[in-house]
Design a protein around this ligand. Structure first.
Ligand code: G3P
Ligand code: CA
Length: 236
C-alpha cells in the first residue's frame, strides 16, 4: 500500500507535531505519520522539529535545556492560529498511547543524539516495531540504531539516490531510502528498487512535487496535505 505519511501531522492545516495535527492527518486519510524525535533535559523523548522553541511555541532556547515539566506548559498552537491556542507539545510515549494501536505506519526522524535507546525502549514497550521506520539525515545516527537493534526498519534521508549511497545502506541493513522530491527521477527510483530498497520521498511541499514523486514511482512520501494525496491516490 502507498505510504501517505502526514508530515509532522497534517501540518498544512494544524500546528506541526501536535495531537491536533496528527489526528487531522489520520482523518484526512493518511496511513502513516511522520514526526521528529528529540530529548528534553530530563531525558524525555519529545516530538519536536526545530533546534529551538522560538518558531512554533511561546518559549525560547533549545528544548534540551528544559525538563518535560516545563515544556508541557508551552503553547505550541497559537503561532499557527488562535484556533489552536493552548495546543501543547507531545511526548513520544503520549503519541504511542494515542496512535500505537491504530493501523498506521510511523516514520520517526531522529533529530538528536542519544535519543536512540530511549526511542527503541518505547517502541518495544508499546510493541509497535513492525509499524515503524527509523529515519535520519545522519548516517551515524542510523549506525547507532542498527547497533542497538538488528531488526528495526531503517530509512536514510538523503538528497539524491546514487550507487554509493545505496551501497552504504545495503551494508547498514537499511530497508528504505528517502530522497528529496525535488531532485528525484524515475531512474533513481528504478535503481533503488532494483537493489531491493523501498523508496519514500521527502520534501513534496507542493501539489506539483506530490504529482512528480507519484509519477517517479515511489512507494510513499511525507506530505503536509494528506487529503490531497488521498484524493490523488483514489483517482488511480
Ligand atoms: O521525511 C523527512 C522530512 O521530514 C525531513 O525534513 O526538515 O521536515 O524534518 P524535515
Ligand atoms: Ca522530519
Amino acid at each position: 500500500m502507498f505510504m501517505n505519511l502526514a508530515h509532522r501531522g497534517a501540518s498544512e492545516y494544524a500546528p506541526e507535531n501536535t495531537l491536533a495535527a496528527f489526528y487531522k492527518g489520520v482523518e484526512m486519510g493518511a496511513n502513516g505519520i511522520e514526526t521528529d524525535l528529540r530529548l528534553s533535559k530530563d531525558g524525555t523523548v519529545i516530538l519536536f522539529h526545530d533546534h529551538d522553541l522560538n518558531r512554533t511555541t511561546n518559549g525560547s532556547g533549545a528544548p534540551r535545556d528544559y525538563d518535560w515539566s516545563e515544556l508541557v506548559e508551552l503553547d505550541a498552537g497559537s503561532w499557527f492560529s488562535p484556533a489552536y491556542a493552548g495546543e501543547r507539545l507531545v511526548t513520544f510515549e503520549e503519541f504511542l498511547h494515542h496512535f500505537g494501536r491504530k493501523e498506521l505506519h510511523f516514520a520517526l526522524e531522529l533529530k538528536d543524539q542519544q535519543v536512540e535507546q530511549k526511542m527503541l525502549d518505547l517502541i518495544h514497550q508499546y510493541r509497535v516495531w513492525e509499524k515503524v521506520t527509523v529515519t535520519s539525515f545522519s548516517f551515524d545516527n542510523l549506525v547507532a540504531v542498527r547497533k542497538l537493534d538488528t531488526a528495526i526498519r531503517i530509512g536514510h534521508l538523503i538528497r539524491k539516490i546514487d550507487v554509493a549511497a545505496l551501497d552504504k545502506l545495503e551494508e547498514l541493513g537499511a530497508q528504505q531510502v528517502c530522497p528529496s522530491a525535488e531532485l528525484l527521477t524515475p531512474e533513481d527510483v528504478a535503481l533503488a528498487k532494483s537493489r531491493g530498497f523501498e523508496v519514500r520521498a521527502w520534501g513534496a511541499f507542493t501539489v506539483e512535487l506530490m504529482d512528480h514523486v507519484l509519477a517517479c514511482g515511489v512507494d510513499g512520501t511525507t506530505i503536509n496535505f494528506p487529503d490531497k494525496l488521498t484524493a490523488r491516490l483514489n483517482e488511480r
